[in-house]
Design a protein around this ligand. Structure first.
Ligand SMILES: *Cc1c(COP(=O)(O)O)cnc(C)c1O
Length: 487
């Protein structure tokens, strides 16, 4: 795979130079970090990627072994914000983002077998790995907006998990109001309470009398209503935002260093939906981390596994599984990898994506597929195998994992090439978030940690609205502070 030219972090080349972000589709203007953060999607429909990958020196990586997580995070991410208005505040924001995690290691490693480890990414406020990125991204957003005297209104639809992570990231932020729509009565009680028990004055939960698709259509309708969108400064903190990828890079470094990198290679297994998490591993490798393999775990929605196995990336209908956060038909962040596979040629990416939408199959040559398959492997894990993995790990080690983590672990076990290379399986949610699946696998309901148990006695705040765009827009207009004009 072709690597972008290296960007020197230390030494004279850095002076006066800041890292810029370019669109995968080649025509949107290159932006600095702050603008890429606020933009999310590029104006040409592409995704922002760094113009070149900063390198982390080998001795710095080795030093991460005995360094607290927030400090590793700071050093791994610092080159990405070089030259931005955020640069001075960045260390404090990073430390603050990880201060409230319920494990002092933030992302602890647990040994589960010979050269096999779990990397627990669920110690944040909502007990799933989205917190690893969103806790920082909410703070970054707020700081950049405050510096510009601007406000935004974040809106989103959720079928369960992403809403709570977004709320936890945006609550109490001075420049942000957040409105999350969920389908009334169709999210689990725990999922609802993780959203509705947040009493922050800038958080609004709306239960829509309709389905998740209705909620998504309402959000789309609001974004398509240009006067409304502009009046409220609508924004989404969605999974294609570059800053979310950036904030997922550090745990690859911390885990690999703990296991002997850079003197040793490390393999990672990642339960994958939108390809954001595993793409962050790819980025860590581009920055100099010796990653030998990135193993992508898919559930029955296996478009990525079909691609890495045979070069076939064709769309199929989404099927529900035990790992709902991975029930995805098209992985939006894959476009970032595609950009490198196509020689960083935006015109070729645009063409390929247009044909993908039209023909429902990505036109990609054998050479590109083979380049990808040298680093990535895919593996499909159905619900039965997911439960069997939860059960066998519990039997062998006493450790209980959630269904998403089980998909990653099963894929890692099946596809690791070299048993002497440590395998790190990313654990992306606490098992108590998916008690039914865990109970079906082990016969025992997982114990809820304090953070979750407490929710059951807390008061809730939500409003119920009909599935009606005018009603929802009226509700937001009356509450969003941005609707009152600039600060
Ligand atoms: C979002 C999510 C995933 C998938 O991560 P991607 O970055 O979308 O590939 C896996 N597991 C859990 C628990 C998630 O919430």
């Amino acid at each position: 795979m072709r690597r972008a030219p290296q960007f020197r972090v230390d030494g004279v080349e850095r002076k006066g130079r800041s890292l810029r972000y370019i669109s995968t589709r080649g025509t949107a203007p290159a932006l600095g970090f702050d603008d890429a953060l606020l933009a999310g999607l590029a104006r040409d429909g592409g995704l922002y990627v760094p113009e070149s990958w900063p390198a982390i020196a080998r001795d710095e990586i080795a030093g991460f072994k005995s360094t607290p997580y927030a400090e590793v995070a700071l050093r791994a991410m610092r080159p990405f914000v070089a030259g931005s208005a955020l640069e001075t505040d960045f260390p404090a924001l990073v430390r603050d983002a990880y201060a409230a995690f319920d494990d002092p290691a933030v992302a602890p490693l647990r040994k589960i077998g010979p050269e096999a480890y779990l990397l627990e990414l669920f110690h944040g406020p909502t007990l799933a790995f989205k917190d690893m990125a969103l806790q920082l991204v909410g703070r970054l957003f707020d700081r950049v907006l405050a510096a510009r005297g601007a406000r935004v209104t974040v809106v989103g639809a959720t079928s369960g998990d992403t809403g709570s992570a977004a709320i936890a990231a945006c609550r109490d932020r001075a420049a942000i109001d957040i409105f999350i729509l969920h389908p009334e009565g169709r999210v689990s009680e725990v999922q609802r309470r993780q959203m509705t028990t947040v009493m922050a004055p800038n958080v609004w939960n709306v239960a829509i009398q309709g389905s998740f698709d209705d909620c998504q259509d309402l959000v789309k309708g609001m974004f398509n209503d240009a006067p409304f969108r502009d009046a409220l400064g609508l924004s989404a903190v969605n999974s294609i935002n570059w800053a979310r990828i950036m904030a997922q890079i550090p745990y690859y470094f911390s885990a690999a260093a703990a296991l002997g990198a850079p003197a040793r290679e490390i393999a990672f297994a990642v339960p994958t939906g939108n390809f954001g998490n595993v793409y962050a591993g790819y980025a860590a490798r581009a920055m100099g981390l010796p990653i030998s393999q990135l193993i992508v775990g898919s559930n029955r929605n296996d478009i990525l596994t079909r691609f890495f196995d045979s070069g076939d990336m064709s769309m199929r209908a989404v099927e529900p599984t035990l790992s709902p956060s991975m029930d995805i038909q098209v992985s939006s962040n894959f476009e970032r990898l595609l950009f490198d596979l196509l020689g960083r040629d935006g015109a070729r990416v645009r063409q390929a994506m247009e044909r993908f939408r039209a023909e429902r199959k990505l036109p990609l040559g054998r050479a590109e597929w083979q380049a990808a398959a040298r680093l990535f492997a895919g593996y499909r894990v159905d619900d039965e195998a997911t439960k069997a993995t939860i059960a066998s790990l519990a039997r062998e080690t006493g450790i209980v994992i959630d269904p998403h983590s089980a998909v990653g672990l099963a894929a890692g076990r099946a596809r690791r090439r070299d048993p002497k290379v440590p395998l790190v399986a990313l654990a992306t949610a606490h098992p108590a978030k998916f008690p039914d699946a865990v109970e079906a696998a082990t016969g025992k309901r997982p114990e809820a940690p304090e953070r979750l148990a407490r929710l059951m006695d807390m008061p809730e705040r939500l409003d119920v609205l009909p599935n009606d765009l005018a009603a929802v827009e009226g509700y937001l207009r009356a509450r969003a502070r941005a609707a009152a004009g600039p600060r």
